[in-house]
Write a protein that binds this ligand. Sequence first.
Ligand code: NAD
Length: 255
Amino acid sequence: MDLQLKEHRVIVTAGANGIGRAIVEAFLAEGARIATCDIDEAGLESLPSGVIRHRVDVGDTKALGDFIDAAIADLGGLDCLVNNAGIAGPTARIEDIDLPAWEQCMNICLTSQFAACARAVPHLRKSDNASIANLSSAAGRMGFRLRTPYSAAKWGVIGLTKSLAIELGSDDIRVNAILPGLVSGDRQRRVLEAKAQSQGRSVAEIEAEAFSFASIRHYVTPEQIADQILYLASIRGSTISGQAISVCGDLKMLA
Ligand code: NAD
């Protein structure tokens, strides 16, 4: 299927590792032009040549805005924004989560998406195939025990997405949220180990329980998530907006 993404001008936040890196590499393979930012300098350096890269903490709204402006100037415009940056936040009981930890999770998982959209939208209006993909999570549609800040932020991402999709429909800008669940990679291992430790259970037990409620009973790879994002950015995805799309078989619980 020809996605017609050659020369598509794309910004992906947090593209040095994990899902973000898979998205960057997948767009690059289609001949798109990419800019990304991350806090991991070594990871940024190891990206393929041709990727515009900036060291930026998306929790710093001013630095994020400056990056978006510089990237759009370098790309000569913008067709697609992928708000990928996100952190796990604390795994703890509510009374043990301090305000700075809550705010950091909100800033990186939610406020950064608002700020990037606000800066990018005037440029997306000039594109003839404009889209935004916001990374939410299966935790954005269910409660997530001991991960309250993360779950609250990811529910917020879906509200941001659905509201913007309505607002920007008349500008022909599509806005969708992508909801990964159990994704293969380092991040998932760290999260499950923290959860297993806090509950005195094994990782295998938690995995088996989670999969027993999903219609896809295996890990999804970052590359498979990137495939969905490319489809939505492409002309083939031009009828899809305002959706919160599960890419994990609609995982129902991670207790
Ligand atoms: P990851 O931890 O593997 O990679 C995240 C990247 O973000 C890293 O390169 C890191 O350096 C960068 N980063 C972290 N804080 C940053 C900051 N303040 N500013 C800029 N860059 C920063 O994460 P991932 O698994 O690839 O997750 C990507 C997105 O998908 C996130 O929004 C995450 O919440 C979401 N998600 C992931 C999973 C999963 O299982 N991996 C599940 C559901 C949702």
